[in-house]
Every structure is written in C-alpha cells, then in structure tokens.
Write a protein that binds this ligand. Structure first.
Ligand code: GDP
Length: 454
C-alpha cells in the first residue's frame, strides 16, 4: 500500500493558522486519531469537501482548537484521500500536531511530495507542477499571473494541441505505409506540410517568447551606477520605497554594494546600488569602485545615473563609454534643480534616456516604460502560454528542430516512413515536456526543488 504522508504546509513562521496536510489511503484514519470533532462524531465518517470543528488531542489531552478538512480520492489536491488540520499558527503547536500525526502512523512527506503525487495520479501534468513552484516563488505581479496561467493549463493546452496534430499525422502516415492494400486515403503532401507548418509556428511562438517570459518572471539583474552624489541611493530608495540604501551627503559612503528586489511596472529588478564611480585614493573605496565596475559588467540591465545639476565629468564620460552597446538606460536625476547638464553626449550613448527627480519621486513611470521597452517586454502578454524553464525549453526546441527536419525531408521527397520517424521524435519531446513520457530521474529532479509541505 502507498504510504500515507504528512507535513506542515504553511510557512515556518508564526501566523494566524498553521496547516498540517496528510495524504494517502490512511489519511482520514490518522487525522481521526489526533482530532476529535466537537459534535462527538468521527472524522472517519465525514464525506469529502467537508469540515469539522474540534480539538487536537495530544497524549490524551486537548491541546488546541482546530478545524479538520476532509477530501476524498480522487477529488483532492493529490488525488488521494487528504485530511488537513488547521491549528493555531504558533510554530510549536503546528510542530507538535505534526509530531502527533506522525506518531499516529503517517510518514514525513518529502519535498514536493504532495504535488508529485498529484502528478503521478494524473491530477496535473509536469508543466502545471512546475508552475506550482513558480507560483510559490513569484515575486512580481506579472510572474504571478504567468505562473497561475500555467497552473490553469495554458502551456499544456498548447503543447497537447500540437501533439495531437503530430500524432494524427503520424497515425495516418503509418496506416497508409503499413496497409497499402487497404482503402486508406493517402495523406496528401500538401496537407502534411500544412499540419507541420502550423505545429512549427506554434512551437516557434513559444520559443520566441521564452526570453521575455524569463525576464518578466525571474527578474533582471540591474546595476545602478554613476558618479558619487548623482543620486544612485536616492533612486534605489525611490524604487524600493524603503530606506535600505542609506542616503547621505558624504561622497563615497555607498562603499559596498546594496541589493534590493523591487517591482517596476510589474517586472522584478534585482537592484544593486554600487559605489560612486570616480578615481579614489581611499583603499576601501577603490575596492568598492572595482565592485561597481564588475556589477556593471555582469548586469543584464544598467541604470546609469547622471546629475542634472552638474556638468558632465570625466567619470560620466567614462560611464557613457562603458554603457555603449549594453542594455543601459541613462537616468538624469535631480530634475527639480536647475539643469546645467548638457544631455547631448548622453543621448548619443543610450537607447533610452529618462528624467527623474529621485527626491520628489518623479519619473518612475517613465523609467518603468523605458525598462520594458529596452528589455523587449512592453508587449508581453502574461496570459499567453509560456515555457517556464530550461527543461521545458529544451524539449520544445528539440521538437521544433525535428519538425523543421521533417518539413525539409518532405520538400526533398523523402519517403513517408522516414518522415514519420522525425514526427514521432518531435512527439516524444512534447510528451517529455508535459511529463507523459518523462524519465523518473527528470520527475524526481523537478520535485526535489520543491519545499516540504507542497
Ligand atoms: P549617490 O552617491 O549617487 O548614491 O547619491 P545619493 O542618493 O546619496 O544622493 C546624493 C545627494 O543628492 C543627497 O543629498 C540627496 O538628497 C541628493 N539628491 C538625490 N536625488 C535628488 C533629487 O532628485 N533632487 C535633489 N534636489 N537632490 C537629490
């Protein structure tokens, strides 16, 4: 018999409630050993989708008031019988209840085991399981939308529709090749070409959107650079709306790198505020500047800050040079002060230039738009199907390549049985993508990255 497992499904911090989830054929029996409904009934008689109010019993004594939820297979998250005990959310109470559940016969669930069971029981496919992990770790609005969309099956639907077309074509070709004497209508070359081209286009769209999807869902490593006092820390504060980055008059105080994740126009920027760029004799500060240049070189996006109230300096010109050919935005700060900066030279060096007043919190929206344009995600549609990770992309690309090969072979007059091998290979890749044919190793690897309790 498949073992019944249990884990704490809520976070490892005090909260209003904490939930212990139990899944497996003995889930309700085990829950009934630690939970007594107040009305004197037994939890084991409870139908699915029902709740009871009662007490947690530990060592024969009432330990907490709690609510027990019962789900009956297959109508549960895992597809098995599930009981969930909601207790008061002090960490100790939640842990003690789990301990009691384990003593009553459940085994500790491994990382991601509930979702893995949902997958193995056919409740969700691999792309949906992966989207659960994405949903949990999502930091930005767009990321949240995209992963929820995947959980709803947007990607699965797209992949399955391509797969169906491929398998239909493959079946017709195989039948025609294998039973030439039967009266099976031949799949015309034109028809096959049309099907393959449509499949190729659908996969290509997914592949084309992969990078912008990644940008939106995973966030972008962003360096804020500029000479001392240009307003880097102030800009970071404006974006973060917190005081994590210390704003000060003394030049060179931001000696090390301060990091912060901020959401700008729904996109997460992993911001690094660096030491001011200028020649320095101070050893500590020099090290900071070294780091600033490194951060600039390693960043996917650079916000180069210039001071509107100062003339262009040597280090400004140096920064313009360093930003050439990079994904960089010139941010001219302190627009609330009289401008003495000549922006002409800056304009030549950057694709995007934005005016802000970090002090007054002005220009944030324009900056957000510039960021989206520069990253190529201005038109990003978070409701469209999206490949969520490198694994999914690899399968999709391989299927795409197989289809391209099949189309080429068709044009070159290669026989149907040879073309069918290529179509089958493409179908296999898509079956791996959704998990219908994924190896145990791939599956285990995916779920090992989950947290315990999910
Ligand atoms: P950093 O060295 O580049 O990080 O610069 P800071 O953010 O520490 O800012 C340097 C000085 O410029 C501080 O006195 C800020 O208050 C001031 N400052 C920053 N942004 C603005 C702005 O938009 N307008 C004005 N008037 N002052 C600003």
């Amino acid at each position: 018999m498949e073992k019944t497992v249990a884990a704490i499904s809520t976070g490892n911090a005090p909260g209003g409630i904490g939930v212990i989830r139990i899944s497996g054929s003995r889930a309700v029996d085990i829950a009934a050993k630690v939970f007594l409904p107040l009305d004197g009934s037994s939890l084991t008689d409870l139908k699915g989708y029902r709740a009871k109010y009662g007490n947690i019993i530990i060592d024969g004594e009432k330990a907490d008031n709690a609510v027990a939820l019962v789900f009956r297979a297959p109508k549960s998250y895992t597809g098995e019988d599930v009981a969930e005990l909601s207790v008061h959310g002090g960490i100790l109470m939640v842990r003690k209840t789990l301990q009691a559940v384990l003593e009553a016969g459940a085994e500790p669930a491994e990382a991601g085991e509930f979702t893995k069971r949902a997958f193995l029981n056919g409740k969700i496919d691999l792309t949906q399981a992966e989207s659960v992990a994405e949903l949990i770790s999502a930091e930005g609005e767009q990321s949240l939308k995209a992963s929820f969309n995947a959980l709803q099956g947007a990607l699965s639907k797209r992949i399955n529709s391509v797969l169906e077309s491929l398998l239909d074509a493959s079946a017709s070709m195989a039948a025609w090749v294998d039973y030439p004497d039967e009266d099976i209508p031949e799949l015309s070359e034109a028809e096959l070409e049309k099907t393959l081209k449509s499949c190729r286009a659908q996969l290509k769209e997914l592949l084309d959107n992969y990078e912008s999807g990644k940008t939106v869902t995973k966030g972008v490593d962003t360096a804020i650079v500029g000479r001392p006092n240009a307003g880097k820390s102030s800009l970071m504060n404006m974006l973060a709306r917190t005081e994590k980055s210390i704003v000060t008059h003394i030049e060179g105080t931001t000696r090390d790198i301060v990091e912060e994740n901020v959401s700008l126009g729904g996109i997460i920027l992993h911001l690094r505020d660096t030491a001011g760029l200028r020649a320095s004799d101070d050893l500590v500060e020099s090290i900071g500047i070294e780091k600033a240049y490194k951060a600039l070189d390693g960043a996917e996006l650079v916000l180069a800050v210039f001071d509107n109230a100062e003339k262009l300096s040597e280090s400004d010109t140096d920064l313009i040079e360093r930003c050439k050919g990079r994904r960089a935005i010139a941010v001219i700060n302190k627009t609330d002060l009289n401008g003495v900066l000549n922006a002409g030279e800056i304009k030549n060096g950057f694709k995007e230039l934005v005016y802000v007043s970090a002090k007054n919190g002005e220009g944030g929206e324009q900056l957000a738009e510039a960021v989206k344009r520069l990253l190529g995600v201005a038109e990003f549609d978070s409701s469209a199907p999206l490949l969520a990770n490198a694994r999914q992309k690899k399968n999709c690309k391989a299927a795409y390549d197989d289809i391209c090969e099949a189309l080429y072979a068709l044009g070159a007059g290669v026989t149907y049985d040879a073309i069918n091998v290529m179509i089958d290979a493409a179908a296999d890749e898509l079956l791996s993508l959704t998990g219908k044919k994924a190896s145990a190793e791939v599956v285990n690897n995916i779920f090992s990255k989950f947290c315990v309790g999910k």
